[in-house]
Design a protein around this ligand. Sequence first.
Ligand SMILES: [Zn+2]
Length: 163
Amino acid sequence: MIRYALACSKGHTFESWFQNSAAYDKQAKRGLVECPVCGDTKVEKALMAPTLSGTKKRARPSMPAPMPAPSEAPMAAPEAPAPVAMVSPEEREFRTKLKELRDHLTKNADNVGRKFPEEARKMHYGETEHRSIYGEASPEEAKEMHDEGIEFHPLPVLPDERN
Ligand SMILES: [Zn+2]
């Protein structure tokens, strides 16, 4: 639908709705558009100034369009889909904590690699001074160390190492 501001040959201005501009043209040509004031069918699209009222009303978008150009205010275009993720804040925080712990460990501890059980034992039995180490141990080695009362902890593995 299009709203046109119209004026008859006597200068009355009024507004009317039309299906589209072609419908207006057709109806106006066939004399089907008439002035509500005097019944004149010689109407033309008119320039209309927005009514000025003393009160500060919000400019209504339904004000007559100054030009016949279809001025239907463009509806807010639907927003383009944005990338989304399902990572909850908790998970994010957890991940960050894990990474911090891991970073801290790897930065402040010696990487003894596969010698971890050996190094851990030496420390446990007082053969070397205690220090932070990290490395690798097979499940059996881990069990043995545990049985011997050696305290160690698995190095936290990040859920997703790709980052
Ligand atoms: Zn008229």
